[in-house]
Every structure is written in C-alpha cells, then in structure tokens.
Write a protein that binds this ligand. Structure first.
Ligand SMILES: [Zn+2]
Length: 382
C-alpha cells in the first residue's frame, strides 16, 4: 500500500525537530543518526535505494539516496548538521519550525536541513519511473566543523553524476567559486629571566617580531602575485588574528603564541601555501635551531573551489536557471565534491540568517526553489 506523502511543512517540521549540532566542543557535539534515519525513511518511501555510511571514528553518518540507473544524472547535496546556538539570544524554540512574519524560523531552516524538505516535495510530485539517468541525494555530516562527511564521501563512492548542486543558502544565486581557508598557530618558546638583565633570557616576543615581519611579507607577496577578478577582494588574504605572550612587567617573556589565517583564491593550492609559509619562515627557524618555533594547523584546511564559467555544466545551469554565476566569501563542501563531478552552489534562504539567532527562511524562496529543483531534475535525469 502506498504511504500517504507528508506535506512540505510536515516534512520541514520533522527535519528541524531533530537536533544535529556539530561542534568542536565535545560536550555540544551530537550524533546525526536520528536525522539520517528519518531522511532515509522519507527517500525510501519514494522508492530510493539508501546507503548510509558511518564516518570512521565518529557517531556521524552520511546518507546517499539514489533512484534510477546508468551513468551521469544529478546529485543534490546538503549537510545534515547545524551549528550550535545561543539559547539566550533565540526568541523562538530552535527545534520547532515556527511560522511568523512570512518566514519559517528554526535552526537549520536555511543552513541547511530545510533544503531536503524542498527536494522531497519536488520528488514526491514527479514520476520517477520515467527518469533515464539517476537522481542522487547526499546528506553529509560535520560540514560545520571539519567537513569529514564530504571528505569521507568522495573516498567511499564511485558514482559519477553529470552535475552536483549544493543547496547552501545563496539566496538562489548561482555560485561557481569561493576562496579556501587555512588557519595556523605559531608558538615561540624563549627563556625567561629577570628583565634587569636581558642576557639571561631569550625574549619570545622579539623572535615573534621576526615571525610577524616574515608573515607580513607573505601577505604582500600573496596580494601581488595572485589575482582572481571574480572576487570583490580579488587576492588571497592573510590575517593576523590573535597574539598572546608574557605575564609580568619585569620578566623576559618566555612564550608567545600567534594565530593567523589565510584565504587562498582559486588556483592557489593548500600545498603551495604550506610551501610559501615554510620558505618565509626558513631563515628564522634556522637561526633558532634549538627548537624554539612551532607551527601547527588550528582547524582542518578547506581548499578554494571553482567551476569555471567556461565549463559546460556552468553554462547549462546558468541557461536553465537564467542566472549568471558569481562568487561568495564563505567555504562549502564544493572543493571536495568537485573531485567527483562539476559542482555548483545554489539554494534557498540567505547566508545572512545562517549561524544567527532566530535563523529563518523567507517564504519568498519557496516556489522559486521548487521550480529550480524541478528544472534541474528535468534537465539532468530525463
Ligand atoms: Zn551550511
């Protein structure tokens, strides 16, 4: 017997209701298993085959749902997790989909559990028996922390769709590129001593002064050497984010820590940046050969990403949706998913509301989003 298909709102509500917070803070981090199970049931009821993958060493899962056979087709992708939320700042329950002011409020309404409600709504209204190429739906884990879901997915799959669309909240703008992100911490260890006799110590702040000079040279080099005109800030940026060192006015500072980040433009790889950092710091590290300077990554790096304007898929989707592709200033899973197929980012709701208290989806996006998903499926799977 056919199950009665739940309405768009019922599905949306049920997806928001299940908490799937990802956090680097272990006490806040949650498994997404219940959410993945619910999503799997929804797609299974629409005759999709389901494969769920546990991310090694975690209690997190990716879901790949597929229907239709053969090569090519379309992959619609979203992340199943949300960021943590500040209870004091929310005026509504983050886990209750609340309709008000022509908006749907709730954690994940735009970023981005809501996207799956749109996909389910469109697919339940079409005849999937007539598709000639597969439709894939991917729900990833841990996008908001280390992107381990997407990283694991590209290693664990052999599917080759023609096109991948990530439904991040782009206000339905078509995105074909973003910068990457790398963050580092440099620790300098000196020797402490009374400040009245500088010869008795090694001042870590003075060594850090040389480190900073080298990093500022790197910053200048990146700005001069690399250019990507599609970005409003058309060069890779380097930001000195925080610095801590010293404790008493009459003490030679024994330890100083500097954190910094780099945002590479497409065309500049993570490896290239690592080499550049090494080159710039080489002389200082040699000078203090007794292990005084330590560099470590702060967070997992995300590469830059671009699906060229010249790529056939970019042109096809631009034409289909009557949109010109453009760039954004945040990172997504696209640099990983593009390893298996050309990837574009296009989804309902605004990034302005993502990671904010009282996150909401403007109802304005509902019909246009459903139209776009239908068009994409028609184009790539029929
Ligand atoms: Zn997101």
């Amino acid at each position: 017997m056919m199950k009665k298909t739940p309405s768009f709102i019922e599905v949306y509500k049920s997806l928001i209701k299940i908490p799937t917070v990802s956090s680097d803070n272990k006490s806040l981090d949650q498994s997404n298993k219940n959410f993945i199970d619910l999503l799997s049931n929804y797609f299974s009821d629409l005759n999709f085959s389901i494969k769920n993958y546990q991310i090694p060493y975690t209690n997190k899962f990716n879901m790949l749902a597929s229907i239709g056979s053969g090569t090519g087709g379309l992959l619609l992708s979203g992340h199943s997790d949300t960021v943590d939320f500040d209870e004091k700042k929310w005026t509504k329950d983050p886990f209750t989909l609340t309709e008000a002011n022509n908006r749907f409020y709730g954690l994940g309404t735009v970023d981005m559990k809501g996207f799956f409600a749109f996909i389910l709504d469109v697919i339940s209204s079409i005849n999937t028996k007539k598709i000639t190429k597969p439709i894939y739906i991917l729900a990833t884990a841990n996008e908001e922390t280390d992107m381990s879901g997407a990283r694991y997915f590209i290693k664990s799959t052999n599917i080759k769709p023609d096109c991948i669309i990530i439904g991040e909240p782009t206000s339905l703008k078509l995105i074909n590129a973003h910068k990457g992100h790398m963050s580092y911490s440099i620790k300098v260890i000196g020797n402490t001593g009374h400040s009245s006799n500088p010869d008795y110590g090694i001042n870590s702040i003075e060594i850090m002064y040389d480190v900073i000079k080298a990093l500022l040279l790197l910053k200048k080099y990146l700005k001069q050497k690399y250019r990507h005109q599609d970005f409003s800030i058309p060069y890779p940026t380097l930001n000195l984010s925080s610095i801590h060192g010293g404790n008493a006015i009459n003490r030679i500072c024994s330890s100083c820590v500097l954190n910094f980040e780099i945002r590479p433009t497409p065309g500049l790889t993570l490896t290239q940046i690592e080499i550049l950092i090494e080159e710039k710091l080489e002389l200082i590290i040699k000078k203090w050969s007794d292990n005084r300077i330590f560099i470590k990554k702060l967070f997992s790096s995300v590469p830059s990403y671009e699906c060229s304007h010249k790529d056939n898929i970019t042109k096809t989707v631009e034409k289909l949706c009557q949109l010109n592709s453009t760039t954004v200033n945040y990172c997504t899973e696209a640099p990983f998913l593009e390893k298996i197929a050309p990837t574009l980012i296009l989804g309902p709701g605004s990034i302005e509301q993502a990671h904010q208290p009282d996150e909401y989806l403007d109802k304005f996006f509902i019909q246009p989003t459903k139209n776009i998903i239908s068009k994409l499926i028609n184009k790539f799977c029929y």
